[in-house]
Ligand binder design. Structure first.
Ligand SMILES: [Zn+2]
Length: 136
């Protein structure tokens, strides 16, 4: 399904630049050795703004749960309703979660617990975004 292009801000520019290189990165606070997603201007645990770096992670995960959206507020997605919004936890760092529409999975037919792998979708010329699909 088509998705809106990201509104890139200074604190998440590195995330989107990595996506364009087909790499998945999360923020890593080197002051308290904690990973953070989504990216933020400061560490949610210690407040540091100067110890945030990008750490590349592997594109494997597991579906933790999901909901089905019937009345989204995102205008660009209304034509696709109803659609899945799944929570994916990273295999190597389960505390790090991503949202996914699970392309190819019918609404409400989400296999909770199943393994997923990272793919990239082009949402506008020159901008890739991470997405997740079932491991076949
Ligand atoms: Zn920190």
């Amino acid at each position: 399904m088509p998705k809106p292009a990201p509104a890139i801000e200074e604190h998440d520019r590195g995330f989107w630049e990595a996506a364009n290189q087909r790499r998945l990165v999360v923020q890593n606070c080197t002051a308290c050795m904690r990973l953070q997603m989504p990216p933020a201007p400061s560490c949610a645990a210690c407040g540091s703004t100067h110890h945030l770096e990008w750490k590349e992670v592997r594109g494997r995960g597991r579906i933790e749960g999901y909901c089905v959206q019937h009345d989204t507020r995102v205008a660009a997605l209304k034509a696709e309703q109803p659609f899945n919004t799944a929570v994916v936890e990273l295999a190597e760092h389960p505390e790090i979660k991503f949202f996914s529409h699970l392309p190819g999975v019918p609404p409400a037919k989400v296999p909770v617990g199943a393994e997923v792998e990272l793919v990239f979708q082009e949402v506008e010329p020159g901008q890739l975004i991470p997405e997740w699909q079932l491991v076949r």
